[in-house]
Design a protein around this ligand. Sequence first.
Ligand SMILES: C[S@@+](CC[C@H](N)C(=O)[O-])C[C@H]1O[C@@H](n2cnc3c(N)ncnc32)[C@H](O)[C@@H]1O
Length: 387
Amino acid sequence: MEKITFILICHFGLEKVLKTEVKRLGLELGEVTDGEVKAIGTLFDIPRLNFNLRTSERVMIEISTFKATVPDELLENAKKCEIEKYVPVDGEFLITKANQDKNSILKSSQANQKTVKKAFVERLKKVYNTSILTESRGKYPFRVKFNKNICSIRLDTTGDSLHKRGYRIKSGLAPIEETLAAALIKLTDFNKDKILIDPFCGSGTIPIEAAMIASNIPPSVDRAFVSETWDVIPKEAWKEARKEALSNINQERLNMKDIKIFGFDIDSNMIKIAEDNAKRADVSQMIHFETCAVKDFANMKCIENLTNGIILSNPPYGERLEDKDKVVPIYKDLKYSYDNLNKNDKTFDMHIITSFEDAIKYLGKESKNRKLYNGMIKTYLYSYLCN
Ligand SMILES: C[S@@+](CC[C@H](N)C(=O)[O-])C[C@H]1O[C@@H](n2cnc3c(N)ncnc32)[C@H](O)[C@@H]1O
């Protein structure tokens, strides 16, 4: 079967985490650039990647990459793209987004989109020997990215971004994306037997993603993808990939009586939302959610006998939720509770993602940190390690 190069999109700074996921799925890795990981596979990997990747936002097929500094160059190169491999004579093809860097001569993303559309119309009319393209079936969203005069044309196989798993119908004001939450968990030494506590759990994203990772529940098997209707991907490929993904679920861990994942939040409405979200993700039996202020969580009955594990959390940043002064007591309370939790030889590591510049002033010097982007916000993951 013909080899395809995939371009997998992820949050800046999390390329290594995504690479590990791709390797586990058995695909050959290609070039890695900011926020993008390339992988080599076949059409059969489209469902596998979309169902299983936890930290990627989107799975795209690389159609062509070429230099273009004048519109004619873009037009002629776009005409050479063999899009008929994917788009049938009546297929609807869109140029959805044209990422544009400031260093390219062809600056107008709208104009570039138009040129590529024109080239594709001409190409399809010619190869299908028709004067009319009805564009009435399926959806084939192409994207055009320019970087330093190099144009990359891709075909999106995902549709709605992969962070939209489907379980989070409600959330608070500043939920963390599911893909980022999964990546944070993978940056810790979390495994199916580890305790994980999120003292600012909000809508429950971190505990829910942790439960899905612990029990190997595929993140996106129950949602729709734009490429599901494409003739070029055999229906069998979707069926087989779904079967494979579901067969990997660790039923024993899923049904284990001992609860190892905990989510606390001061807001009881958020706890209700988190519980509902966990139910929709089929992991509610694996997580204990409870209303609790951060200053009290170390004394919660449900965790009193636990001696080691991980705190992983996304506290208010003072950016989107409250202003800076209001978050200071929250960070002081977190430090107080963390120290309290680690009394009597207990060893809990702590990982906190925040954009609050004074975080370490209140939490203490971190063992290590990592710069990450939460959407457009520059954040750091501060890690406090016991060993
Ligand atoms: C950035 S949000 C967390 C979002 C969460 N990760 C999600 O995906 O929905 C911060 C959360 O901290 C909670 N919070 C604020 N002050 C708190 C406190 N003193 N103790 C515990 N939770 C608090 C808020 O109710 C909010 O849900």
